[in-house]
Design a protein. Structure first.
Length: 393
């Protein structure tokens, strides 16, 4: 298959502002002072899979079945305090409250948009970092967008999350806490959380083990019993881990943040492309589809004058048609970031781009961003909070 780099319809990529990257296409990051080493991080109940919790309770002298009671309380009933778990002995509740917090994540700030249908929550971690979660209410579903890292090392040119580089990975418990918080929010409105997308701050496949443990905990029938097919893991293109994901027992969905149909343009938008170029990425996605029988979603953030031209749309359609990947394209008009020079196209331009891709035989949906008025793009609320003057302790 000929590469699209040689196609005469491929536009010349614009010059874009980029943060420094290393030879592997990742953002150069200096470790933040005070970031705890892995062994120093506190463990909460949300960090523990059911067998781990069972072992911990048995070590305390409690019968193993108490772990299932705990799971039923904190996940089934979404209990937020050990004191409310009155089916457990008072002494055990006191011991757990003293030695195993439910969560190490604390909500700091909440913003609503779209008439209350989009809720963005800012959390503070145990070590004073900040991460974001977005809960979106639709007529037929409630979706939570979860963060997996403090910052991000990928450094996509149009994303607020990567502006400060990567501080650290989130623990499984810190990710589970975001989901439980969204489930409580939904229940407070007599709704149920139905979908989870790993599309918040960070690159899930660069925090692979913790992300897969998150899936296992949520999927456990003794807990939230959250179907794996309702979970979507998004990646900017970490090729080796796409292969690992295909071998997992959980039937999660894969979304790939593509944003460009050729290496010249994608190198400027997604620096990770310099390590895993489009040909390798497409091959990995094709193998994933062949191994799992599942469709890959390609996410395409549409930016005015950058990647929204008709020639680019034709090149995208050609790339995906010739790739052999069973796929679907989600065209996502950019949610603008104040400090970055990118804008969303007009509605007419958006629909024209999508129709051009459809004409190549690629199923394509336009997904308009939620929460524009509350800076719902990844990392914006965190950046605003950190930039604002903080009250004296």
């Amino acid at each position: 298959m000929a590469t699209l780099l040689d196609a005469p319809t491929t536009p010349t990529p614009p010059t874009l502002p980029l943060v420094p990257v290393d030879g592997n296409g990742a953002v150069s990051v200096r470790p933040a002072r005070g970031v705890p080493r892995r062994g120093e991080r506190p463990v909460g109940l949300y960090d523990l899979a059911l067998p781990e919790l069972t072992d911990r309770l048995v070590a305390l002298g409690a019968p193993g079945y108490r772990a299932r009671q705990l799971y039923a309380g904190v996940y089934g009933r979404l209990t937020a305090d050990y004191a409310e778990l009155t089916d457990l002995p008072a002494a055990l509740r006191a011991e757990l409250a003293a030695t195993l917090p439910l969560t190490t994540l604390a909500p700091v700030r909440e913003q609503e948009a779209d008439g209350g249908e989009t809720v963005k929550t800012l959390y503070r971690t145990f070590d004073g970092q900040f991460v974001e979660t977005v809960t979106m209410f639709y007529p037929d579903r409630v979706t939570v967008c979860v963060s997996c890292q403090v910052g991000c090392a990928v450094g996509c040119a149009f994303c607020a999350t990567g502006l400060g580089g990567l501080t650290r990975n989130l623990t499984t418990g810190e990710m589970v806490a975001q989901v439980v918080g969204a489930a409580r929010l939904a229940r407070g409105r007599d709704r149920a959380l139905t979908n989870l997308v790993m599309m918040g701050m960070g690159e899930p496949l660069q925090n692979y083990a913790a992300t897969m443990k998150l899936v296992a905990i949520l999927h456990d029938p003794a807990g939230l019993n959250f179907g794996a097919r309702r979970i979507t893991i998004s990646t900017s293109g970490v090729v080796p881990k796409i292969g690992a994901l295909a071998a997992e027992p959980y039937q999660v969905n894969l979304a790939v943040s593509l944003h460009a149909p050729d290496d010249a343009l994608r190198d400027t938008l997604v620096p990770l492309n310099r390590r895993y170029p489009i040909a390798e990425l497409m091959a990995a996605c094709r193998r994933y589809g062949e191994a799992t029988g599942r469709r890959v979603s390609f996410e395409y953030a549409l930016m005015s004058g950058i990647n929204d031209g008709e020639a680019t749309a034709r090149a995208l359609g050609t790339l995906l048609r010739e790739s052999g990947v069973l796929c679907h394209v989600n065209v996502i008009p950019l949610n603008p970031v104040d400090v970055l020079p990118y804008a969303r196209p007009t509605r007419v331009g958006i629909e024209r781009f999508a129709e051009t891709v459809r004409a190549a035989g690629i199923p394509t949906t336009v997904r308009y961003s939620r929460g524009v008025e509350i800076a719902a793009a990844c990392g914006q609320l965190r950046a605003e909070h950190m930039a604002a003057p903080q009250p004296a302790p």
